[in-house]
Design a protein around this ligand. Structure first.
Ligand code: FAD
Length: 445
């Protein structure tokens, strides 16, 4: 019987264990997780009866993740935000000392094209006539500036990307972070033409859903995966067990001295690089997540999802954005401030909790006009939480996969947010695809 070790109990490792147990019920699976809890960056906590997300808070409907939550019988736990909900329609950018609503349709672009934050948006009409480039890769900033207008890159794209990668668009690769944009230029000669030709797949039961979460928070997903895995006799979950050593052995791969026929590594990139020497040490960013709760309702002056801060704005607070959580989960006023990311690359010292509190309250007062003290304030510092796919990442990873294949004789697979994309949907899709490929190649069955 084959034995597989899965390294890391975040969403990538847990989903890989689940897909493997479903596809290959006779394989013995051991999952190693250094922490005493499972879920990795997905973490919902409760303080004085109020729920907070310390990591991700919403998902966009995507086929694999939706299928997974159906398999886990989680449909009745899902909270859907419809496409017409203010949290789906109203997203803002903090620009020139005010909140500017982003257009959400072509009609609203045309109606609002004179707004300063949308300067350069008329380039959308000229983009189909821009020449195609033969570059191997380019930064998001340079790509958007080349095909559209540098003002769009600085005022809009940098803000939106700050909300996903917390990264610097002058360094992040368009080819790896937004492959669809890159491919539209390759295949159609134009991003706009490609977008017009693209068809989006509707997902049954989620046709009108913009984003979703779970009644008891995002932790529901890893918790249900864990519960399901614990009921499968061939799966052994080892929490509080740090992997310190991985090496090729005569019959397979040793993990902490025990031999397995195959290893699936779902580590974050720094552990990956430490334990798998041919894995590159990718750059990462660290983020402060500050959860604020006020028992008074409706303190936020606008109705919507939240706002992001573009790189073009002066930003001594290192603010990435503010999410209005209570727009989705009513009851009091709940906000999440994200601070740091690529801004912390340029500071002498990472601010301590006291400085972060002071900055957060000043931001909320200045930008949202909320002067009162929050009833609850939670501060979490997520060190090295988001890997950065810089220009040339695709090439580096192609070489890495080749070296891993050679050095571990096809017995080691790497998944997780350093290889498959940083969103939860990407992590689930990456785990599923990899397990299916291994099963097809007869490596784990
Ligand atoms: P991780 O969650 O990092 O899991 C890896 C696991 O490996 C960890 O549990 C770790 O303890 C364990 N480990 C590490 N080293 C060892 C070792 N030596 N031995 C044993 N175990 C080890 N995505 C979205 O789709 N939507 C969002 O709204 C969103 N918001 C986010 C907000 C924040 C603040 C952050 C940080 C991320 C957000 N993301 C979001 C991204 C998403 O949450 C992550 O990319 C995803 O959860 C990563 O999952 P993973 O399993 O690949 O890695």
């Amino acid at each position: 019987m084959k034995s597989v070790a899965i390294l890391g109990g975040g969403i990538s490792g847990l989903s890989a264990a689940y897909y493997l147990a479903c596809l290959s019920p006779r394989t013995c699976i051991t999952l190693f997780e250094s922490s005493s809890r499972l879920g990795g960056w997905i973490q919902t906590t409760t303080t004085n009866g109020v729920k907070f997300e310390l990591g991700p808070r919403t998902l966009r409907p995507e086929e694999n993740a939706v299928q997974l939550l159906r398999q886990l019988h989680l449909q009745d736990q899902v909270v859907k935000i419809s496409k017409s909900h203010p949290a789906a329609q109203n997203r803002f950018i903090w620009y020139k000392d005010r909140l500017c609503k982003l257009p959400h349709s072509l009609a609203s672009i045309i109606l609002n094209y004179k707004m300063p934050v949308l300067a350069g948006l008329a380039s959308v009409f000229l983009e189909p006539f821009q020449p195609r480039s033969n570059l191997e890769d380019q930064s998001l900033h340079d790509f958007i500036s080349r095909r559209f207008d540098p003002r769009i890159a600085s005022n809009l794209v940098s803000a939106v990307i700050g909300g996903v990668y917390a990264g610097d668009t002058t360094k992040l690769s368009v080819r790896s972070t937004f492959p669809s944009l890159w491919n539209y230029e390759r295949e159609h000669g134009s991003v706009i033409k490609g977008m017009l030709k693209a068809t989006s797949k509707t997902i049954q039961g989620f046709e009108d859903t913009s984003i979703y979460s779970f009644k008891d928070g995002m932790q529901t997903l890893p918790d249900r995966l864990t519960e399901t895995l614990r009921n499968i006799s061939t799966v052994d979950i080892k929490t509080s067990t740090e992997v310190k050593h991985i090496a090729r052995s005569f019959s397979g791969i040793d993990v902490n001295g025990k031999s397995f026929s195959h290893v699936i590594s779902a580590f974050p990139c720094l552990s990956q690089a430490r334990l798998v020497p041919c894995f590159p040490r990718l750059p990462t960013v660290s983020v402060h997540v500050i959860n604020l709760y006020y028992s008074t309702e409706n303190l936020v002056p606008v109705d919507g999802f939240g706002y992001l801060v573009p790189s073009s704005e002066p930003n001594p607070e290192c603010l990435l954005g503010v999410i209005f959580d209570s727009a989705i989960f009513p009851g009091g006023t709940k906000l999440t401030i994200m601070m740091g990311g690529y801004h912390y690359d340029t500071v002498d010292r990472i601010p301590d909790d006291e400085q972060v509190t002071r900055r957060s309250l000043a931001v909320i007062k200045q930008q949202l006009g909320i002067k009162r003290q929050p009833d609850i304030i939670n501060i979490s510092y997520h060190k090295d939480c988001i890997p950065q796919y810089h220009v040339g990442y695709w090439k580096k990873m192609k070489e890495t996969h080749g070296r891993i294949l050679e050095e571990y004789d096809g017995r080691l697979s790497v998944i997780g947010n350093s290889v498959a994309g940083v969103g939860i949907n990407d992590c689930i899709r990456g785990a599923k695809t990899m397990v299916e490929n291994l099963a097809k190649g007869n490596r784990i069955t």
